[in-house]
Design a binder for this molecule. Structure first.
Ligand code: SF4
Length: 380
């Protein structure tokens, strides 16, 4: 089981971003807001404590927003609290997402001393003009500095988030980004295609003709280029967008793809525990007020039926290249997926989108590019 903590603060809004985060204002006001927010996170963690049901927590993920905008000492105090109050495994994976330009050597040292053992850096690209085009505040040189700072603090497990399909990005630039990322020897790489989210500034610029994204074919070429280069460099392609050196897969994200329980803490955070899914209202002040009163403020809350949980397990699991294990599915639901999804599987096989191997159902090379279609087939 895992815990996700959402830290919804950013220095400015990137032009493509629709994640829940607010732009921090004046320092003194932000400091008070952070204190109230961190206190609410503690209250929320205690609220869910009776639901742990004897499970051990194997991963803790501080995501955002930009978690490293919060002073590291205060994050360290939050981690110490969670460590003390929750049934954490001695082998806990603790990840923090960070922006390359704002992770200082001192900050990295404080976080490492607090138990952080994995850092995920939002690198995105190694060309300053592309970083500027999507509204990122860092520049290429900050990425290698941040990797260096993290390593000097003693943290070996480093992920770099990279993006392709950026406005004006060429195949050569993407190749250069991949090569520069590989030269830094991270343990893990995430390669995401930019998705145009409605209501973002970038979507409006594209609509108005001020920016153009690479076409679909070019994006497929970029994806295949990443697969080829990263696999040749020894990285295992284990999830649609994720690559890891052997032994360095992200434990926390595996938990999502295997549809295992997790608690989400924070404004806008989602959780899945005791067969219930919830989504907190993405409103920082509302979140703080709700925990002053001692109760959650949900935007969505649903008790999943067994059928829904099965569907989700298949839909999420098919994102993994190893696929879904029939025996594990049977242990969980007392029925095999080949009985439940007989028709859907036959249809996907006829289209050569999925195949069976080593007791698992997994996507084929063709299915990998049409994963949305594969997942949708399991939604009853
Ligand atoms: S730093 Fe991340 S969360 Fe913040 S605006 Fe940019 S993409 Fe969104």
């Amino acid at each position: 089981m895992g815990v996700y903590v959402h830290i919804p603060f950013c220095e400015q809004k990137c032009s493509y971003c629709d994640f829940h985060s607010i732009v921090v204002g004046e320092v003194g006001v932000f400091s008070d807001l952070v204190d109230s927010y961190l206190l609410s996170l503690r209250r929320e963690a205690l609220y869910y404590k009776p639901l742990w049901g004897g499970r051990t927590i194997h991963s803790l993920f501080l995501g955002g927003g930009t978690p490293n905008l919060v002073p590291p000492e205060r994050l360290a105090a939050l981690l110490a609290f969670l460590w003390e109050e929750l049934p954490c495994s001695g082998e806990l994976e603790i990840t923090i997402e960070a922006n390359p330009h704002s992770l200082t050597p001192e900050g990295a040292r404080v976080l490492a001393a607090a138990g952080v053992n994995r850092v995920s850096l939002g690198a995105q690209a190694f060309q300053d003009e592309l970083l500027q085009a999507i509204g990122r505040l860092h520049r290429a040189e900050h990425i290698s500095q941040a990797v260096h700072n993290v390593r000097r603090a003693g943290i070996k497990n480093i992920n770099l988030d990279l993006m392709f399909g950026l406005p004006g990005q060429s195949l050569e630039q993407w190749q250069d980004t991949l090569r520069q990322a590989l030269a830094l020897k991270p343990t893990h790489l995430s390669c995401y295609a930019l998705t145009l989210e409605p209501e973002t500034p970038l979507a409006r610029w594209v609509e108005a003709g001020f920016a153009a994204l690479p076409g679909e074919e070019e994006q497929v070429e970029m994806y295949q280029l990443a697969r080829g280069l990263l696999r040749a460099a020894g990285y295992e392609h284990y999830e649609i967008s994720n690559f890891a050196l052997p032994g360095w897969r992200c434990r926390h994200n595996l938990l999502y793809w295997r549809n295992e329980p997790f608690i989400g803490l924070g404004s806008g955070a989602a959780g899945f525990i005791g067969g219930r899914r919830y989504l907190n209202v993405p409103d920082v002040q509302g979140y703080i007020l709700s925990w002053e009163k001692g109760s959650p403020l949900y935007e969505e809350y649903a008790e999943l039926s067994r059928d829904e949980e099965m569907d989700e397990t298949m839909m999420l699991g098919m994102r993994l290249l190893e696929g879904v294990d029939e025996e594990a599915f049977r242990r969980r639901f007392q029925v095999g997926f080949s009985e439940v999804y007989q028709g859907a599987i036959a249809e996907l096989k006829a289209k050569e989108l999925v195949e069976e191997a080593q007791g698992c159902l997994r996507v084929t090379e063709r299915g990998l590019l049409l994963e949305n279609r594969v997942s949708a087939a399991f939604l009853r």
